[in-house]
Design a binder for this molecule. Structure first.
Ligand SMILES: [Ca+2]
Length: 174
């Protein structure tokens, strides 16, 4: 998987469901979405050069949020992530919104990704650059044959910098 794959998948899947998402009531299916319970329910994964990456809680938080955020930092050219594996069933045709508040420093970029049915769909890394928290969001539909989400992942891509994540949300759309 490359970063390009994630971006393209997000663009292709994301376009059609904005209307459905607007005005929808939502229940957040992410556990510990705002990192108020430390890093519980989240797992760091750095398959390459794990010594060059840190995953930590940070006092920087989304405006209006008193808790921590998740900060991932790297000094190496790398893609790394924190994942959460949902424990609920899904059904083909169901529509979901996945979002998070993100900010970045240095050359690092952030993306929020879902893996379902062996494929990755995520937000555009280029939308997740800047010193102030902003919300990134994507929409996806459960494809045929898929009954669970492999994982939700918070990605850092870059060579020298940090990304912050807060208030991650996964919500089923009506
Ligand atoms: Ca928080």
């Amino acid at each position: 998987m490359s970063a390009c794959d994630i971006v393209l998948a997000g663009l292709m899947v994301g376009g059609g469901f904005l209307q459905a998402a607007l005005g929808a009531e939502s229940v957040n299916l992410i556990k510990n979405p705002g990192f108020t319970d430390g890093m519980a329910n989240w797992k760091a994964e750095s398959k390459l050069f794990p010594e060059g990456v840190t995953h930590e809680l940070d006092s920087a938080a989304k405006k209006g949020d008193t808790g921590s955020s998740l900060k991932i930092s790297t000094k190496l050219q790398i893609i790394t992530r924190m994942i959460q594996s949902p424990d609920f069933a899904v059904a083909p045709g169901e529509k979901y919104t996945l979002s998070a508040w993100v900010k970045t420093s240095g050359s690092a970029q952030a993306a929020v990704v879902v893996k379902l049915g062996g494929k990755y769909t995520g937000t555009n890394y280029k939308e997740s650059v800047g010193p102030d928290f902003r919300k990134v969001e994507m929409f996806f539909v459960i494809p045929d044959g898929v009954t669970s989400l492999s994982y939700i992942a918070l990605y850092l891509k870059g060579s020298d910098g940090s990304v912050w994540f807060d208030d991650v949300s996964l919500a089923k759309q009506p």
